[in-house]
Design a binder for this molecule. Sequence first.
Ligand code: ARG
Length: 459
Amino acid sequence: MDKMWSGRFSAGASSLLDKFNASIMFDRKLYKEDIEGSLAHAQMLAKQNILTKEELTQITDGLNQIIVEIESDVFEWNIHDEDLHMGIEKRLTALIGDAGKKLHTARSRNDQVAVDFRRYVLKRNLEIVEGLKLLMSEVLVVARKHTETLIPGMTHLQHAQPTNFAFHLGAYLSMFKRDIERFEDSYRRNNVSPLGCAALAGTPHKIDRDMTAKLLGFDSVSVNCLDTVSDRDFALEILFNISTMMMHISRLSEELVMWSSYEFGFVELSDEYSTGSSIMPQKKNPDVPELLRGKTGRVYGSLMGLLTVMKGLPLAYNKDTQEDKEGVFDSVETAQISLEILKEAIKTMEVKAHNMKSACSVGHLAATDLADYLVEKCDIPFREAHFITGKAVAKSEELKIDLSDIEFKYLHEIDSRISDDVLEFLILKNSMNARTSAGGTSTVRTKEQLAYFETFLQV
Ligand code: ARG
């Protein structure tokens, strides 16, 4: 069987080359984008009188038939055809004859693949944004119920200050909002049409790039053909954006794994989204967040892989670039299922508010409040206040109690400037609510933050 490019060859390709060179096994995923690109290209060629009306009709009918064949699984994907572009063109020519051979006028596989892959990635950007919005909505449902649920805020994984659970979730809402903005930004920047760049330098045919750009839903045409046929920034950007999103998901997953342990007991994942052990009958394992954490590594691998593929390429197209697709396909699928399952896991988990609150009564979470009291009420410089508070913490340790439970007399012994209104400051809920600065954890501020994310999701 002759290759489409076999004109200058006297010997056929080895089957080993076919196997090594082909992308048709995976790039067939782009069949819709490819055929839509060809339909637009053909329409433009006809308008420019490069194809006759008759030829356009034949090409359009043929391509539409090929869509049906692919979607009903009767299309023959053949490794010998190398990639989907040639597989489809060969079938078109078999169906309609000579008109099929004219379709590739003023086009190269280099701009063709750039169109297909770019459009695939653009669509996925928007779908991932939708997935992120659904996840955010679900996190908001949980957060709204817990604006007064105390949870130990930590630094270095050590108890630091009392916060509330909604405020904690608000941190993740902030991350997911930034993720959405990154995907949207990448969508806007990359929404330019490569079609008509041909092999690398444009074409002498009188084509209308604006027309095909419009037909394919692009905002504009790309500026420099040499760049366009070798540009894979749109693919790198989605890989980076997915990587960053997965990093956020992975951090939340890490917390879910910890929180569902006996040691924390802050949440219980539903049976539906937990797994058992094959040997230990008592186990309920948090496989979902663990896998989310694990899959993050795989996505990073794809990002590093493509960055490395691109780093040494001279202009313009090089076959190395064919390696751009599988990592992106895999990462996109990973992103989409990850968003969905995390949303379900959050929706169905039980929040154990009581345990979160109990955890606040160890670790002297109110220590900063005592220091703040000394500054505010006793006019003591913060450094000195810090030292006095340290003594109060040591005293509490000696008494084997939490600072929030210390009796006034001990505080008074440590520093006589302290009066009994201090006890109000040591109540954990008051401590949480005292942080009223913008972006702070007080219930009032937390509710403002949730309202901000609600507004973001509505527009
Ligand atoms: N299968 C190729 C790819 O995915 C299509 C472009 C091939 N172009 C070429 N000049 N060989 O990158």
